[in-house]
Design a protein around this ligand. Sequence first.
Ligand SMILES: Cc1cc2nc3c(=O)[nH]c(=O)nc-3n(C[C@H](O)[C@H](O)[C@H](O)COP(=O)(O)O)c2cc1C
Length: 162
Amino acid sequence: MKIISIVGSPHGKKGNTALLLDEVLKGAQHMGAKNETIFLKGGSVLPCLGCDKCHIKGFCPQKDEFETIKLKILEADGLILASPNYIFSVSAQLKAFMDRCCGIIHCMAFEGKYGASIVTSGGGDEKPIVDYMNHFLITTGMHPVGSVWATMGDLPENLFTE
Ligand SMILES: Cc1cc2nc3c(=O)[nH]c(=O)nc-3n(C[C@H](O)[C@H](O)[C@H](O)COP(=O)(O)O)c2cc1C
C-alpha cells in the first residue's frame, strides 16, 4: 500500500503537525505501507482562481505543484491530510489544496482510496477540524479510516523524543 501525506504547516518537517504525522506513519510502515510526504510551503499550491477550467478541461491551468500532487494521489492507495489548527480551521495552505480539488470532487475521482486526518493545536478544538477534513475526503470519493489529533500545549515536552 502507498500512502501520500500532505502537511499544511509552514513549519514543515520541524512542526508539531509533522511530528504527529511521523507517529502515524510509523504505524503504517510497521504494517508494510510505503509513504511519501508533501509539505505545502511557499506557494507550492496556490489558491483557486474560480475559473472552472478543472470542470471543463479536467485539469487546473495554474503553473504550480497541484497537478503533480494530484497524479501522485491518483496513483496511491491512501491520503493523509495533516494541518495545524489555524483559528478553528485548517491552515490556508491546506485549504488552498482542498479548494483546488473542486474538479476531483465533481467526479469523485479519488473513489475507493483510504483517507485519514491529523490536526495539532496550541489549545484544543481539533475534533471539528478533523471532522471537516474527513468530510472533504468523503466528497472526493475516499473512505476515511480515522483521525488523530493532539493539543500540543498539554503534552509532556519529550513525548516524541524518548
Ligand atoms: C495563525 C495561527 C493560528 C492559530 N490558531 C489556533 C487556534 O485557533 N487554536 C489553537 O488551539 N491553536 C492555534 N494555533 C496554534 C497551532 O495550531 C499549534 O501551535 C500547532 O501545533 C502548530 O503546528 P505546526 O508546528 O505544525 O505548524 C495557531 C497558530 C497560528 C500560527
